[in-house]
Design a protein around this ligand. Structure first.
Ligand code: GTP
Ligand code: MG
Length: 204
């Protein structure tokens, strides 16, 4: 695979600060500590493009990374982190949901779910919201290296079953940022979705 050219555009703490270009965006969302920033780094073969931390709640802004001058990778703040104030949690949630449900440039939302655990109530609520808003999304299981292949298969089956009637879900993928598992499949999913996004825009 050709190594992509990736940069850093900026971090945004407010929705009204986001740029209004015509580049499509692929965003990584999911509960705090699920591995969003790590998977972004693995996807583009970088060690420290997006900040990774063992402390949950690390990513607090919307961070945008241009890829090959063609599209934007977007790292989002995580949800479900208990150790922030109620006011901060509401703020993060408004930023996240405002972005995921209303951003016109969003071509694909990658919803990351920890393969070691059942999807949380927040994960399921987000899937419902994405469906209601007719967004295109993929469910991405993370940290598959931490489980046996049989347990990963079981979780994969569970998540495919969960979204079997969802019209906006284009894929359910198994990944590990640590081993690179699923990277090729994730690239395939992104390429297909971007092609469809361009097709939709030029045919309307
Ligand atoms: N075993 C394993 N651990 C991982 C993997 N990906 C991430 N981690 C670990 O999970 C922790 C959180 O990773 P991050 O990438 O910072 O997670 P995040 O979702 O961006 O977290 P927030 O920004 O806090 O929402 C770190 O300790 C990572 O080393 C993986 O594929 N396998
Ligand atoms: Mg992060």
């Amino acid at each position: 695979m050709q190594i992509p050219t990736v940069g850093f555009l900026a971090s945004y703490a407010r929705l009204d600060q986001l740029p209004s270009y015509s580049f499509p965006e692929v965003a990584f969302a999911g509960r705090s500590n699920v591995g969003k920033s790590s998977l972004i780094n693995a996807l583009v073969f970088q060690r420290a493009l997006a900040q990774v931390s063992s402390t949950p709640g690390r990513t607090r802004t919307i961070n945008i990374y241009p890829v090959n001058g063609e599209w934007m990778l977007v790292d989002l703040p995580g949800y479900g982190y208990a150790k922030v104030s109620k006011q901060q949690r509401t703020q993060f949630r408004q930023l996240l949901m405002g972005y995921l449900l209303e951003r016109p440039q969003l071509a694909l939302a990658c919803l990351l779910v920890d393969s070691r655990h059942d999807p949380t109530a927040d994960d399921c609520a987000l899937i419902e919201e994405l469906e209601l808003h007719h967004r295109t999304y993929a469910v991405i299981l993370t940290k598959a290296d931490a489980l046996s292949p049989a347990a990963v298969d079981e979780r994969h089956h569970q998540l495919r079953h969960l979204v079997q009637h969802c019209t906006g879900c284009v894929d359910v993928l198994v990944t590990s940022a640590r081993t690179g598992l699923g990277r090729t499949q994730l690239w395939g999913c992104i390429r297909r979705t971007l092609a469809q996004y361009h097709h939709r825009r030029t045919s309307t």
